[in-house]
Every structure is written in structure tokens, then in C-alpha cells.
Design a protein around this ligand. Structure first.
Ligand code: HEC
Length: 215
């Protein structure tokens, strides 16, 4: 092993180049991105004082729902990235009114961009489908809302229970005739279903950024 120092230098050099390429250049390009206002102040070139800052920090139940989303592998079929207007069909499919940019993701320690689009992009699903009742029915059994859906049902996030008293709970799913359960029973979202739906409803890009304006 006369070449040990040379081998060591070779390994070190390869790793160093990879680190510079993958970690350092990204850090230099995106590392200091901060929330900003929809337009910049023409005088200072910075955020306009007093205007709201975007993106907003995600909070509460929606953050827990993100963990459920990761846990259940939703990103194997769904992306969260809208491509620019003349590149692909994202815009024509109403998946977003502008492209998503690096700043949109700064509060996410796990960015769920995804790679496969077996299902629609979900970057703005909270704007497109803003009602929790729709999401619960869809997760319980996707064919209720989307007749020929390929998406697997997540009915294990729901509980079937005996109706207490004479009235169904206000949280019970309003299942259409073909999907109802036995007389006297109702279907209720579990904690994970509620968290997941809160997360889906929080997925929005209803703000402009100086580098990406909505149409
Ligand atoms: C095997 C692939 C697959 C997986 C896994 C999957 N989906 Fe889907 N999803 C689809 C397909 C296909 C559609 C389009 C048909 C439909 O609406 O059901 C869809 C539609 C959707 C929609 C409606 C979007 C729209 O714009 O109409 C939502 C919301 C959604 N999925 C959420 C989820 C969540 C949350 C998970 C994880 C719990 C998940 N999906 C897992 C394939 C998948």
C-alpha cells in the first residue's frame, strides 16, 4: 500500500468536491432566504414596513398532520411543487396561479417535493378544495368523491361506532347511500384523520413573492 496518502487525498478530494457542489453552493444560493412582503420597497429594495410577511409559519394541528402525511407515504404519489406557466401543464390544471419557489419552503425542515405524479400536485390543494368534509370522505374512500380513483382508501384513520342517543354526531361522515354502514352506526374521523385534513387545508400559495407573482 505505497499509495496510501494518494488514495486518502483522492477520497478527500472527491468528498470535498461533492460537499461544495451539494451543500455549500445551495447554502450560498438559498441559505439566507427570509420571509418577505409581497412587493419590495422600491426605495430600500427590502420588505415594505408594516406589510405582512410570507410565507407564514405553519402551526398546530397542521404540523402534526404533516407527520401523518409522511408516515402514510402520500408523497409517493403526490408532489408539492408547481412548475412555471409555460413549462408543463401545472398551470392549466389549476395546480397553482404561480410557480413555487425556494422561499415558499423555508419553514419546512422536511420538504415534501415528491417525484411521482400519480395523483395531482398538492401545493395549493387547500385553496382548490377548501372543505374538510370533502377531504374526510375522500380519504375514507376516494371513490366517493372521485368515481374511478386509483388512490388507496385510508379508512383505518376512521372509527365506526354505535350512535349514542338518537342523533348522529356532528363529526360523523355524511356517507352517500352506496357507502353507508349498518343501521345504528356512524363513522367518525380519528385524531390522525383530523390532523391530516388540517395539513391538507393548510397547503396554500395565496400570496405573491417579489420573485414569483400570481397571475
Ligand atoms: C397510489 C397513489 C396514491 C397515494 C399513495 C395517495 N394518493 Fe392521493 N390521489 C391519487 C390519485 C390518482 C388522485 C386523483 C383521483 C382522486 O381524486 O382520488 C388523488 C387525489 C388526491 C387528492 C385530491 C386532489 C385534487 O386536486 O383533486 C388529495 C387531497 C389527495 N389525493 C391526498 C392524498 C393523501 C393525503 C394521501 C396519503 C394519505 C394520498 N393522497 C395518497 C393517488 C394517490
Amino acid at each position: 500500500m505505497n499509495n496510501l496518502p494518494l488514495t486518502f487525498c483522492g477520497i478527500f478530494f472527491t468528498l470535498a468536491v461533492a460537499w461544495v457542489g451539494i451543500v455549500l453552493t445551495n447554502q450560498i444560493q438559498y441559505g439566507d432566504l427570509e420571509p418577505t412582503t409581497e412587493q419590495l420597497d422600491p426605495k430600500t429594495g427590502g420588505p415594505i414596513e408594516g406589510d405582512p410577511l410570507y410565507p407564514e409559519k405553519p402551526v398546530g394541528l397542521a404540523e402534526q398532520g404533516k407527520k401523518v402525511y409522511m408516515d402514510l407515504g402520500c408523497m409517493y404519489c403526490h408532489t408539492q411543487q408547481v412548475r412555471r406557466k409555460d413549462f408543463g401543464n401545472d398551470y392549466n390544471r389549476s395546480w397553482g396561479k404561480r410557480q413555487s419557489v425556494a422561499r415558499d419552503y423555508i419553514y419546512q425542515n422536511r420538504v415534501l417535493l415528491g417525484t411521482m405524479r400519480t395523483g395531482p400536485d398538492l401545493m395549493t390543494v387547500g385553496e382548490r378544495l377548501p372543505t374538510s368534509a370533502w377531504h374526510h370522505l375522500h380519504l375514507y374512500n376516494p371513490t366517493i368523491t372521485s368515481k374511478e380513483s386509483l388512490m388507496p382508501p385510508y379508512s383505518f384513520l376512521y372509527k365506526k361506532r354505535k350512535i349514542k342517543g338518537s342523533e348522529t354526531s356532528k363529526y360523523a361522515l355524511k356517507l352517500p347511500p352506496d357507502f353507508t354502514v349498518e343501521e345504528g352506526y356512524e363513522v367518525i374521523p380519528g385524531y390522525r384523520a383530523n390532523a391530516l385534513v388540517a395539513y391538507l387545508l393548510s397547503l396554500k400559495m395565496s400570496y405573491d413573492l417579489p420573485e414569483a407573482q400570481r397571475d
